[in-house]
Design a protein around this ligand. Structure first.
Ligand SMILES: [Zn+2]
Length: 423
């Protein structure tokens, strides 16, 4: 039989991590270590999609390539997916590191007008063009570190005009690519200064005014809420998430990060796709998440940058069959653009195995943002989002800290990063 023509073949990977077999349902329990590794592996790509995955000799038997990439001695894996970012913001908050060192807590900094509210002032003051410029640079940083898709929240506008501005920035950057951004409306990130002490009124405005407009303009896929003691408590969070759902926005939630408030239970009740943080999840919350099929998206850099000693316990979820995904929590208080470091922190601080961390940052993260049909694994029919790492073993992702192991990034079949820099 004559060989078929492929646009691109990546061949001779020392380890080809496919993460295959979990497109319909996320990996749970022991499946979270099932990387589907092919040694001396190859991928053939046509028109941006993967058309063959296998041993190099088998792939080359069937396909001829216009362009080839030699991955000898390297690890090839699905593009990293960051399932939780506060990507769109202006300004920075380096001074808060000293406040945290002196013992100020998250809610304390927020209540004194710092934290999120500081970033809200900076973000409102930035024009849309300025934000696009800032965010494009940030997107490049993510890409050069191997991230090909992110979930990106609004939440630093906290008025309709500026929330729309942020979602438009996210949507525009995603349209232009190469990074894919999945937009989340997080109007319920903090109570804006204009509504201090009037949470209920703000929630009514979100539900009665903003959510319908954002949904009608197709600006967001998800609706999120910062469900926390003294911010948006359970009843308000429920109202926001159910309103979003009624208008077609999928629910996800910041749950049980600082207190055991019942956020995980609420996630199950409203059918959230993902509940995130979960440091203080209760046993009943865990049980209900499992029953409702909610994904636990864990963010190891969040407690690190809040200087907390407590971390989420992935064993709790994995042993109960709740799928675990990972995210960076990229934000002005947790400025982390390197997903490789998220994986290493998941190993060092959460004690996930390197294999679990890789599954959590690829196929399970794809489920967390409802994109598993398109991305998250190297399988026939999926988008060719691929990272080539300058290391011979995936375990090095859970070992080396903070550097950049990325050699190349292929996004939708095109080389967008070469030698660790934008191509
Ligand atoms: Zn967050």
């Amino acid at each position: 039989m004559p060989k078929k023509n492929a646009d691109l073949i990546i061949q001779h990977a020392k380890q080809l991590i496919t993460a295959k077999g979990y497109t319909e349902k996320p990996a749970t329990g022991p499946q979270m270590e099932d990387l589907g590794i092919i040694e001396d592996g190859a991928i053939a790509i046509i028109a941006g999609k993967i058309i063959a995955v296998g041993r190099t000799s088998d792939v080359l038997h069937n396909f001829l390539a216009t362009e080839t990439i030699d991955a000898t001695g390297k690890t090839v894996c699905p593009g990293f997916i960051d399932a939780h970012t506060h990507f769109a913001f202006a300004g920075s908050r380096e001074k808060e590191v000293e406040l945290k060192i002196k013992g100020a807590g998250y809610l304390e900094i927020l209540q004194s007008g710092g934290g999120i509210l500081r970033t809200v002032r900076d973000t409102r003051a930035a024009s849309k063009d300025e934000l696009i410029r800032i965010c494009r640079k940030r997107a490049s940083n993510l890409l050069t570190h191997g991230t090909t898709t992110i979930e990106a929240k609004s939440g630093y506008g906290l008025d309709l005009e500026n929330e729309v501005k942020l979602l438009e920035v996210i949507n525009e950057l995603s349209r232009k690519g190469p990074l894919t951004l999945v937009p989340t409306f997080l109007g319920a990130h903090a109570v804006p200064p204009e509504f201090q002490g009037r949470v209920r009124e703000y929630v009514d405005l979100l539900c009665g005014g903003w959510i319908p407009i954002i949904a009608e303009r197709h600006l967001a896929t998800f609706c999120d809420v910062f469900c926390e003691k003294g911010v948006f408590e359970i009843d308000d969070s429920r109202k926001i998430l159910l309103t979003g759902k009624r208008f077609g926005l999928l629910p996800r939630i910041h749950a049980d990060e600082l207190y055991s408030l019942g956020g995980a239970e609420l996630a199950a009740e409203v059918g959230a796709v993902s509940a995130d943080h979960l440091l203080y999840i209760s046993p009943s919350g865990l049980e209900q998440m499992k029953r409702a099929g909610v994904i636990a998206t864990l963010l190891p850099a969040a407690p690190l940058t809040l200087m907390l000693d407590r971390y989420a316990d992935p064993r709790n979820f994995i042993s109960h069959g709740v799928p675990v995904a990972l995210g960076s929590d990229l934000s002005p208080s947790c400025w982390l653009e390197n997903e490789q470091l998220v994986l290493a922190l998941a190993c060092y601080k959460l004690k996930m195995t390197p294999a679990e961390a890789v599954m959590a940052a690829t196929i399970n993260a794809a489920h967390s943002i409802r994109m598993a049909q398109q991305i998250g694994s190297l399988e026939e029919g999926k988008m060719a989002d691929v990272v080539i790492l300058n290391v011979p073993d995936y375990r090095i992702l859970g070992y080396r800290l903070g550097g950049n192991m990325v050699d190349m990034v292929v996004k939708g079949g095109k080389v967008v990063v070469r030698y660790g820099a934008l191509a």
